[in-house]
Design a protein around this ligand. Structure first.
Ligand SMILES: Cc1cc2nc3c(=O)[nH]c(=O)nc-3n(C[C@H](O)[C@H](O)[C@H](O)COP(=O)(O)OP(=O)(O)OC[C@H]3O[C@@H](n4cnc5c(N)ncnc54)[C@H](O)[C@@H]3O)c2cc1C
Length: 373
């Protein structure tokens, strides 16, 4: 096991497992926990070695995110968003520009993410309205972003904006946005009944100036790069859903062996055992779909179809099977000491992020049938 995955496993046991319920109760991202993760090198898992990062391969990334998501999907999702943003800046911006952000992000002094969605455009990414207008050798950005992971507390965002509405997706570019500069105004974080630990929020840009050397991907490339990286995101979201289902099944199995009803343990009753077996089968099926998508990503093959299958199946399955595992527990499953309701809310979130379940179907159908007439 890679040393940083080992570190994540220790961190999950010492920091995430004991605190996940409290974080959910408080309903907000715990910045101190991200700082503690940074002290263990966890925010540098993806950054290049030339930046002091671990640059782990995709298989190790799945392992790392799964050990964290076992206890808190939301924490793992927030962590990978800021770590991924830092790695992206390190590999795309001129070194002198990236120096101003990447070291601070790896140390947990600043946090970030990717800002595609807007209050008026989620699934329809090509329909974003945030505009980028040429200003000398740089750009001026105006618009609003919403539902952005880490926007409740972060201030470094790879932000997508339309440079020419007549060009559709080809007009979209991505730009470094620094929340400490003029023209950036943070919105109130989303007040969520579940999933608040992700720190989803938004921000407004008013004539925000982007310098020429702060363009992450120019128009024509930004949309393509976002679509290429989304296959990885879909696969790790699916893997994290498997981790949550495993956690819930493990908990229910342990409980069912000790809890008695009608003179014998719950785990001795056929109806109870079969539901547990069905959960295990679906988790295994999702695991295999994740493995298939991951193998394509690692081999640098087209993973669009495999990652869409994995995400669609795993996220839907997680909602159903986490709920089933909770049913196996009786009323005890509702207690916050157990992961069921926390993971159920996270599984719902997973059905939206990085392309909703319906968008996975759109992708699968387009590959199966060609474009809709
Ligand atoms: C906790 C959280 C964190 C997030 N983090 C980020 C982030 O970091 N960065 C970011 O950019 N975004 C982020 N998002 C936003 C996420 O990407 C969007 O929620 C997602 O793209 C869906 O968009 P929407 O919610 O606006 O739904 P809509 O696009 O309004 O769709 C509503 C429903 O209709 C369905 N639908 C839409 N179009 C079709 C169609 N053509 N056919 C059939 N069904 C359709 C959708 O699947 C969905 O079920 C986050 C969301 C959440 C909940």
């Amino acid at each position: 096991m890679h040393e940083i995955v080992q570190a994540a496993t220790r961190f999950a046991a010492t920091h995430v497992a004991p605190n996940a319920a409290k974080w959910t109760r408080e309903g907000r991202m715990q910045v101190d926990a991200l700082k503690a993760a940074a002290a263990e090198g966890l925010l540098a898992f993806q950054a290049p070695r030339t930046w002091g990062g671990h640059e782990i391969d995709f298989g190790d990334k799945l392992d790392l995110l799964q050990v964290l998501a076992h206890h808190s999907y939301d924490f793992a999702f927030s962590l990978t968003n800021t770590a991924g943003c830092a790695a992206n800046l390190a590999t795309t911006l001129p070194r002198a520009v990236a120096e101003r952000y990447v070291p601070a992000m790896l140390k947990g002094e600043r946090f970030g993410g990717s800002a595609l969605s807007e209050p008026g455009a989620g699934s329809d990414f090509a329909g974003i309205k945030t505009s980028a207008v040429k200003d000398g050798d740089g750009w001026r950005l105006t618009g609003e972003k919403g539902w952005i992971t880490n926007a409740a507390f972060g201030d470094v965002f790879i932000t997508y904006a339309q440079t020419d509405p007549t060009q559709g997706w080809r007009g979209i570019g991505s730009f470094l946005v620094d929340g400490t500069r003029d023209g950036f105004r943070r919105a109130d974080p989303e007040a969520l009944a579940g999933g608040g630990v992700i720190g989803a929020g938004g921000f407004k840009l008013e004539n925000y100036r982007v310098n020429a050397d702060e363009v992450v991907a120019p128009p024509g490339q930004a949309f393509r790069r976002a679509m290429a990286s989304v296959n990885q995101a879909r696969t790790y979201v699916a893997a994290m859903c498997v981790a949550m289902v495993d956690a819930c099944l493990d908990t229910a199995v342990a409980y069912g062996k000790s809890r008695e009803a009608f003179g014998s343990p719950l785990a001795a009753k056929q109806g109870w055992r079969w539901m547990a077996a069905d959960i295990a089968t679906d988790a295994e099926a999702a695991r295999q779909l994740v493995a298939s998508a991951a193998a394509k990503i690692i081999a640098n093959e087209d993973a669009a179809l495999a990652s869409a299958h994995a995400k669609k199946f795993a996220t839907r399955m997680a909602v159903q099977r986490i709920s089933d595992a909770c049913q196996l527990m009786g009323a005890a499953g509702l207690r916050e000491e157990y992961p069921f309701l926390r993971h159920l809310a996270s599984a719902r979130v997973a059905n939206y992020t990085d392309g909703s379940t319906e968008m996975q179907n759109e992708r699968i159908a387009a590959i199966l049938l060609g474009p809709a007439q």
